[in-house]
Unconditional design. Structure first.
Length: 172
């Protein structure tokens, strides 16, 4: 019976292992792609439109109470118009946004605002957390299996039974 229960739990453990590993890989991919944009990407001037999402969140300071949707467009080096999107926190007035975007010339749909691509501690944390999740979820578990030790009966010829004798003496 316990063997059947163990088999039922196995797909669930595999599912979570895959999901958490995918989250770790996504964190690493996000950070590395932003860094790669900064170092290897092309830049372009952007045109920005913003709109406020939802109501005020009073848990934040006045300059962070609202969430803003930031849509931007830019012309790539081939003269085609491309677009991007991000969200930012801000006050009652629209947030100040960057005037430039970074993009890959071979894949202009991969783009980000200048402030999102600049190297920072957040990207390092994303990479470290992603590596940690991957390592924790995919480490090799050393399964210790009990091994029967066969001893030669000749080893027991000189058996010290003093402890056993002491135990029986205390019972009396």
């Amino acid at each position: 019976m316990p063997v059947q229960m163990k088999n039922k739990c196995k797909p669930s453990k595999l599912f979570w292992r895959i999901v958490i590993s995918a989250v770790g890989a996504a964190l690493i991919l996000i950070a590395v792609s932003n860094l790669a944009l900064y170092f290897f990407g092309e830049t372009a001037s952007i045109s920005v439109t913003t709109r406020r999402i939802g109501g005020a969140n009073d848990q934040y300071e006045l300059n962070q109470r609202y969430e803003w949707s930031v849509d931007y467009t830019f012309m790539d080096k081939n003269g085609l118009q491309r677009s991007g999107h991000t969200t930012q926190r801000g006050s009652d007035l629209p947030p100040r946004t960057d005037s430039r975007a970074y993009y890959f010339s071979f894949a202009p749909f991969i783009n980000a605002l200048e402030s999102e691509t600049q190297p920072n501690i957040g990207q390092l944390l994303y990479i470290l957390i992603g590596i940690f999740l991957l390592l924790v979820m995919n480490r090799k578990r050393n399964k210790v299996r009990p091994v029967a030790i066969m001893r030669n009966t000749n080893d027991f010829k000189d058996y010290d039974d003093s402890v056993e004798e002491l135990f029986h003496r205390e019972e009396e």
